[in-house]
Design a protein around this ligand. Structure first.
Ligand SMILES: Nc1ncnc2c1ncn2[C@@H]1O[C@H](COP(=O)(O)OP(=O)(O)OP(=O)(O)O)[C@@H](O)[C@H]1O
Ligand SMILES: [Mg+2]
Length: 503
């Protein structure tokens, strides 16, 4: 006999104004099952999960937990019923220790149960989750992957039997993804139900027992076990869209566009120090940067773009000493930058999409005291079309966009003016499979048109696919250099985690 569902939702409808964000006939999670939720950007995956977690109230529908109909009106209700969710943006408090973060979250304040007992339960569970950090450390000092495990730990100690993970691998490098999947396998073995959202098909085929594919708010289909394959998933998601290939480099690279000469940065709170870092990037070349995030990627981008002045060393752009240039001057010289955290650095959530699109290039669209909106919109439509993205929702506030749709806005804006140097930090993060292919194809086209591109990514397959050369960034230094004939996951991966060192 198959055991009953841990969580079951039927007839879920959710509208945001005129938009039908969810119209889900049936969705269920059984004990010991990993359900992947897949679907194009804006399909309604996060919305469905937020409904299950009591973050949104559905307009219609029923949710049953272990067979009983329940009214889930808040995350508090959901947690009481054993439903836990880890959001993309964690809700940890960076200055508090691991132990304090967990204690704060639990429904019983620590003094109502014995701290010793709680500590023991916590360390047992931490061991199972392969969370090996010292619980006395402030959470802000942990790697993203460990912070994520603290979040999971928190939910499990709080009594979750169903764990919902919204794009948990978005910011993880391959070795960290492996660690997370080990944790998930462990939990599945213990009878937990896991729901996880991802855009990476490889992860689905690897770890899901069942996949529900969403399309325009509905569940377009479900695939189970042996039937799960990339073509089957793509077919359900996009109706069998063909993969968009990135053309290989045509000619030899041209002049040196960017040169960093022995750059060292000052120590700063929460930043990685770049140490004696030198690199050159030519026109018509894509330089891939591999590494576990937090090893100096953001600082490298900041030095190139200008907000971070090096303590020593020289930055040259097109042969000119640009060490002292401001961000504005650097941008005007033809440098585009795709930040790693669009909400924190690339977009303002209270503004509309249209207003966000004018940010950073306002001068070009100035019209007396206002802006020439039609001209801006024409330029952005053209840019979105080059990226093969669907039309942008200009009047939406950025705050209500889905994760991938917000990323599309930032990409459309940054790539609108044929930049000559593109600094792209994790540009395909959050994009659906088709969006990621188009973005890579566009970078290939920009290369052909003579742009120099620095591509930072955690996804080795992506880097191998389009880079002409690759460096590994580790602890603020270049740990290794690779040419395409040496692109291999094991070799590059070993340098990323510090298991290998340059001879
Ligand atoms: N609070 C809100 N107000 C208005 N519209 C919203 C709100 N939340 C989500 N939406 C809209 O609902 C749709 C579904 O969004 P959702 O975040 O569920 O998509 P998703 O499948 O998670 O996409 P992604 O893969 O990009 O994360 C989107 O069009 C989004 O703009
Ligand atoms: Mg989402």
């Amino acid at each position: 006999m198959t055991p009953g569902a841990l969580l079951e939702a039927t007839g879920i409808v959710k509208r945001f104004g005129p938009l039908l964000a969810n119209d889900v006939d049936a969705f269920a999670v059984y004990p010991g099952e990993v359900v992947a939720l897949l679907g194009e950007n804006g399909a309604g995956k996060s919305t469905l999960c937020k409904i299950l977690y009591g973050f949104y109230r559905p307009d219609a529908g029923e949710i049953r937990v272990s067979g009983r109909t329940e009214a889930i009106t808040s995350p508090r209700d959901a947690r009481r019923l054993g439903i836990g969710m880890v959001f993309q943006n964690f809700s940890l408090i960076p200055a508090l220790t691991v132990w304090e973060n967990v204690a704060l979250f639990l429904p019983h304040l620590p003094w109502t149960i014995s701290p010793t007992k709680l500590r023991r339960r916590m360390s047992d569970l931490a061991q199972r989750l392969r969370l090996t950090v010292d619980p006395r450390l402030p959470v802000g000092r942990l790697a993203v992957s460990d912070q994520q495990k603290v979040e999971i730990l928190k939910q499990l100690l709080g009594g979750a039997r169903v764990l919902i993970l919204d794009e948990p691998t978005k910011e993880l490098a391959q070795p960290e993804v492996d660690g997370l999947f080990d944790t998930i396998a462990e939990l599945r073995g213990d009878g937990y139900g896991i729901v996880f959202i991802t855009h990476k098909l490889r992860e689905v085929t690897r770890c899901a027992d069942r996949v529900a594919v969403m399309r325009q708010g509905r569940i377009a289909g479900t695939i189970e076990g042996q039937q799960i394959s990339e073509p089957a998933l793509l077919n359900l998601m996009f109706g069998g869209a063909a993969r968009i290939e990135t053309r290989a480099r045509a000619g030899a690279p041209g002049q040196i566009v960017l040169e960093l000469d022995r750059i060292t940065t000052r120590p700063a709170v929460g930043a990685t120090v770049l140490r004696d870092l030198s690199l050159r990037l030519r026109a018509g070349e894509i330089l891939g940067v591999a590494g576990v995030s937090g090893n100096g990627q953001r600082e490298l981008a900041d030095v190139i773009l200008g907000p971070r002045r090096p303590a020593s060393g020289v930055r040259r752009l097109w042969g000119e000493d640009a060490t002292g240039w401001s961000v504005a001057r650097t941008r005007e010289s033809g440098v585009a930058s795709i930040p790693d955290d669009p909400l924190a650095q690339g977009a303002v959530s209270g503004l509309t999409v249209r207003e966000n699109l004018v940010l950073g290039s306002g001068r070009q669209y100035r019209n007396g005291l206002g802006y020439n909106w039609p001209r801006l919109q024409a330029a952005m439509d053209a840019s979105a079309a080059r990226l093969r993205f669907p039309a942008l929702a200009y009047d939406q506030r950025a705050a209500v966009l889905s994760g991938g749709n917000l990323q599309r806005v930032v990409l459309t804006r940054e790539l609108a003016h044929q930049p000559k140097l593109i600094v792209a930090l994790y540009p395909t993060r959050g994009l659906d499979a088709r969006g990621a292919w188009s973005l890579r194809a566009l970078l290939g086209e920009a290369r052909e048109a003579g742009a120099a591109i620095l591509l930072v990514s955690e996804d080795l397959e992506e880097l191998f696919d389009i880079s002409d050369r690759l460096i590994v960034l580790r602890d603020g230094q270049i740990a290794a250099n690779f040419t395409p004939d040496k692109f291999r996951v094991e070799t590059v991966g070993a340098f990323m985690v510090g298991a290998a060192h340059a001879a």
